[in-house]
Design a binder for this molecule. Structure first.
Ligand SMILES: NC(=O)NCCC[C@H](N)C(=O)O
Length: 412
């Protein structure tokens, strides 16, 4: 029987996916908090929700079961019981800056007074100071910025479910995220895999957990086949973390034998590999031309198992040839975002024109606003399902970032 996590490619027919419907967290902040929260604008929530519901419907209409992070997290905590919920709250509060002390106690009491689902939604949405009938008088609080409106910051990036964890084979990497704005997110995923009845005790592996100092994010983790991964060396994922997960995957009989590390520019627009490069068919990829140097070159290291737990690294710069070799393909179609036009490709990349979600080989979900890239995809023979994107795109992520596949059919 198929396990509840089963991902052996980026493109096999998608059967089960996890989304997060945007909630109050995407508008519960002020413009001066935006850079720190990794947002460039504040979405209009009712429209963002409508767009997101339409995205979910597109998936359902194509035979995909859609699960929601906020619901799974609450169900997991309920299934875990009082002790689990209590430990989760302590951990969440510690990671929000309240390991102990009077504020820890007040916040814990406030959050515990809610139903589990309301508690989860409140933590995700942020806790403002004016919600509590309490004025802290302790030294730590006195030293803080008095007019800062939050005790607990909102987590507006949660609707990018792809990043805090990645499904690989029959397991997950649960990620230590780069920026504080996103670090607490992966705690929900840890609770789900440990305690949710659908996932707990099902023989699923955690290839690398969140208790690390080195950084990795799911937008950089691409499952190219049942033996090959590509991982971006990016603003969000460090070389050390890639080597670490490589060792674990090789050691623990994951089936993965080859990891192609691809170095991309370290900046906000291209924060993850999947913002500039995605797999959309057995022999087709989207690529943002801006990441390729002269002659289509880019730094790649193909990592395989060496002797005595060491890693072998093979440095090459011809991306097309590296992919052809790893995937045993005679030819490969690298489709340029924005048709390769320097203005259009940069503009459409900014709005995630390369961030396609394949729901079957050659069938992709994309944002409608990237109309040049969409036309090019169709010219290359792909079936393109466009979704609305005016508000969702303000968070700097597209259909791949907004979805965490849990089960895909194996490729034949
Ligand atoms: N995989 C992705 O590229 N996810 C998009 C994440 C956007 C979010 N605002 C972030 O900066 O983390």
């Amino acid at each position: 029987m198929t396990k509840p996590i089963h991902i052996t490619s980026e493109i096999g027919k998608l059967k089960v996916v996890m989304l997060k419907r945007p909630g109050v967290e995407v508008e519960n902040f002020t413009p001066d908090m935006m850079p720190r929260l990794l947002f460039d604008d504040i979405p209009y929530l009712p429209v963002a929700q409508k767009e997101h519901d339409a995205f979910a419907d597109t998936l359902r209409d194509n035979g995909v079961e859609v699960l929601y992070l906020e619901k799974l997290a609450a169900e997991a905590l309920d299934a875990g019981g009082d002790q689990v919920k209590d430990a989760f709250l302590d951990q969440m509060l510690a990671e929000s800056g309240y390991a102990a002390g009077v504020l820890h106690d007040v916040l814990k009491e406030y959050l515990s007074s809610k139903s589990t689902q309301e508690m989860v939604i409140k933590i995700m949405g942020g806790v403002r100071k004016n919600e509590l009938d309490f004025v802290p008088r302790d030294l730590v609080s006195a030293a803080e910025e008095e007019d800062y409106p939050f005790f607990m910051d909102p987590m507006p990036n949660l609707y990018f479910t792809r990043d805090p964890a990645a499904s690989i084979g029959e397991g997950l990497s649960i990620n230590h995220m780069t920026f504080p704005a996103r670090r607490r997110e992966s705690l929900f995923y840890e609770e789900i895999i440990k305690y949710h009845p659908r996932f707990a005790n099902q023989g699923l592996q955690v290839w690398r957990d969140r208790n690390h100092d080195t950084r990795i994010e799911g937008g950089d983790e691409l499952v190219l086949s049942d033996t090959v991964l590509a991982i971006g060396v990016s603003q969000r994922t460090s070389a050390n973390a890639i080597e670490d997960i490589a060792r674990n995957l090789f050691k623990n009989k994951s089936g993965y034998e080859k990891i192609i590390a691809i170095r991309i520019p370290h900046n906000h627009a291209m924060m993850h590999l999947d913002t500039v490069f995605t797999m959309i068919n057995k022999d087709q990829f989207t690529v943002h031309p801006g990441i390729l140097g002269e002659g289509g070159h880019i730094d790649t290291w193909t990592i395989t198992q060496g002797n005595d737990g060491e890693l072998n690294l093979d440095y090459r710069t011809d991306l097309k040839q590296v992919l052809k070799d790893a995937l045993h393909l005679d030819d490969l179609d690298l489709i340029p975002t924005g048709a390769g036009d320097p203005i259009v490709s940069a503009r459409e990349q900014w709005n995630d024109g390369s961030n396609t979600l394949a729901i079957a080989p050659g069938v992709v979900v994309t944002y409608n606003r990237n109309y040049v890239s969409n036309r090019v995809l169709r010219e290359h023979g792909l079936k393109v399902l466009e979704v609305l994107s005016s508000e969702l795109s303000r968070g700097r992520g597209g259909p791949r970032c907004m979805s965490m596949p849990l089960v895909r059919e194996d490729l034949k």
